[in-house]
Design a protein around this ligand. Sequence first.
Ligand SMILES: N[C@@H](CCC(=O)N[C@@H](CS)C(=O)NCC(=O)O)C(=O)O
Length: 202
Amino acid sequence: MLTIYGSAKSRALRTLWMAGELGLEYQHKDYLPRSAETKTAEFRNLNPNGRVPVIDDHGFVLSESMAINFYLANKHGKLNPRDPKAAALALQWSLWETDRLDRQVVNYVNHTSALPPAERKADVASAAWSEIVPAFDVLEGALAKSQWLAGDEFSVADLNVASALYRALTLDLGKWPKLQAWLNRCWERPAAKRARALREGT
Ligand SMILES: N[C@@H](CCC(=O)N[C@@H](CS)C(=O)NCC(=O)O)C(=O)O
């Protein structure tokens, strides 16, 4: 049995989306980040970092959301392109997102709207935005050349980057029309909608 640890209100959102794309059956341990469940010896044994998501696939334990999605895609023979160049591009975009956008988008949205006003820090938001703008420009340029990030169809690259941009769904992306259209294309997929409903409780 595959077990997915991590609430949809965390980066486990991307794991749940991938599991939905692949039509996998799984047990869901809906642990919130920093919750008591993630502080137990049992959980720390699975992930000494104490973070979600983590999966346990018939005894094979793996953390890091991007790695998990590559593993699941490869294991089930879907969504990671067969062509080595397209597969390398999928990895490139996933690593790029982790470096250029993952924390930046969370910081920006937290410190402009998600946190209670008293906890928002304008300098954190502005530092994040100054990194987000050039990264969005890069995505816009790539999506002007191709509908999808790696190869000619939706892949783990699109899933990993678009899922990490969940919070960007609330941003005004008018300056980046290709990015906006691609983000919508990704999030309109049935598996994406189901993952989103899990997160938003709808
Ligand atoms: N690079 C990791 C990041 C995992 C991560 O930071 N998860 C957050 C929730 S979205 C967490 O569990 N945080 C707990 C903490 O900061 O102690 C991944 O992509 O899986």
